[in-house]
Ligand binder design. Structure first.
Ligand code: NCD
Length: 432
């Protein structure tokens, strides 16, 4: 069975690095025809792409790959999980494990997962496998979406939350906990308040381990779903990521999502980063240096929000990580750092996208991303959380070595899910 038309076309555009306008011109079809081919199949405006176009696009992509093979670019060798492995182990601990090529290969697998994530299809490729979800720090979406992703591939989940009810409260070491869990489950996702602790868990077992957030260290699955969201939104808007302006706002010192995200974005070229934070909560120097070393990026740091977000293609807001900082630093986070409707009206563009890893702190005085943007279609936060499922399914499929089986394993769902999940979800003129 050939991959779905949407998956095929999205992959081709990513590989060729072309916007919808550029791609439709390259293959000689009208932009409107391409848009209708790019819709998910159940959509009303979906049209079947002629077979001759599929053959032509395949040829263009293969020629491009051939050109690359004879250039300096590193050739793809082995499975994706082997190429991102750490010391031959199938783990996801840091975004440093990815190249632009391997990250886009993961997104191709995430695209294949979309019909399952959107509840049109079911799969049982992980039937019999058990996931251990070990969360020693507060979490809702990361824990549940990892669990749901595993279940939607046919696996089951066992979990434990917090230290109080775990044997760590009795003084058990990370090594012992990890080795014991490895005997019970087939993969683990771990969130822990200490930076580096998930790598310690991973060193004590040979089963796949995923970092669900280690203190103020990294949060690779979040960064992957953030990048996937940016690329999907940009495709709809007809933009390329190379050369884009990304404004990152908030607690950049302790926010692990932004540490992973800026490193991942740095795999692209010519980005302008504006890093907006109050004094004392700036992005760590080692991350700025890592980003500065590649891709011809421009990095600006400021504590002036208006200046930092003006004209940005993406505004990525984050919560102040109160659990990790001292009270005097919180006082520095005033209303002048809040992204709200008035601010967006004045300084953003009609196609700026607004993101946040969530949760947003809705308490008074928190000055986190305002709820007055909830009906603004530029607010991508729930499209972003929805993308957590296909991305985490793709991560598991790759780490467990079943990604090539998914396409053939899909069956139609037997129940009928809602067409729009949220009451305020925007419809983008039929565009996906
Ligand atoms: C983030 C986290 O835990 O790092 N949440 C998440 O996983 N989506 C961000 C946060 O807690 O502020």
């Amino acid at each position: 069975m050939a991959v779905a038309q949407q998956v095929f076309l999205r992959d081709a555009m990513r590989k060729l690095n072309l916007t919808r306008d550029m791609f439709s011109a390259r293959i000689g079809v009208k932009r409107r025809a391409l848009d209708s081919w790019l819709l998910p199949e159940p959509s009303h405006d979906f049209r079947v792409m002629p077979e001759v176009v599929r053959r032509f696009v395949t040829e263009i992509v293969e020629n491009e790959a051939l050109l690359e093979k004879y250039s300096d670019a590193a050739p793809r060798r082995g499975s994706l999980r082997d190429r991102i492995a750490i010391n031959d182990k199938h783990q996801l601990l840091s975004v440093d494990q990815f190249t632009r090529d391997s990250v886009e290969e993961l997104f191709y697998i995430a695209d294949i997962m979309q019909p399952i994530a959107r509840r049109q299809k079911v799969s049982r490729v992980l039937e019999g496998a058990v996931l251990g979800n070990l969360f020693f720090e507060a979490s809702t979406r990361t824990r549940v979406s990892f669990g749901a992703a595993f279940c939607r591939l046919g696996g089951s989940v066992c979990d434990t939350t917090g230290f109080t009810f775990s044997s760590m409260a009795k003084g058990e070491s990370i090594y012992d906990t990890s080795r014991v869990m490895g005997g019970y489950v087939d993969a683990m996702v771990i969130r822990h308040p200490e930076q580096g602790s998930v790598a310690e868990f991973a060193a004590a077992t040979n089963i796949p381990v995923v970092n669900g957030g280690d203190g103020s260290g990294e949060h690779p699955s979040q960064a992957l779903l953030d990048l996937y969201t940016i690329l999907t939104e940009f495709s709809r808007l007809g933009k390329l990521l190379d050369g884009a302006h990304i404004a990152v706002v908030g607690d950049l010192k302790y926010g692990r999502t932004v540490h992973s995200l800026v490193k991942l974005l740095a795999l692209y070229r010519g980005l302008k980063f504006t890093l907006v934070s109050p004094k004392g909560l700036e992005m760590p120097t080692e991350i700025i240096e890592a980003v500065a070393q590649q891709g011809n990026h421009v990095i600006e740091q400021t504590n002036n929000l208006e200046q930092g977000i003006t004209g940005a293609d993406v505004i990525y807001a984050t919560r102040v990580q109160k659990e990790r900082l001292q009270s005097e630093q919180i006082r520095g986070y005033g209303p002048e750092f809040q992204i709200n409707a008035a601010m967006i009206e004045r300084f953003a563009t009609p196609d700026t996208i607004i993101m946040h890893p969530l949760p947003r702190d809705s308490r008074p005085m928190a000055n986190d991303l305002s709820v007055d943007l909830n009906k603004d279609p530029r607010l991508a936060i729930f499209r972003q959380t929805d993308n957590g499922i296909p991305i985490r399914m793709a991560i598991f499929a790759v780490l467990m070595g079943v990604e090539t089986l998914v396409q053939h394993s899909m069956r139609d769902v037997t129940w009928s899910p809602p067409t729009h999940i949220g009451p305020d979800d925007a419809i983008f003129h039929g565009m996906d």
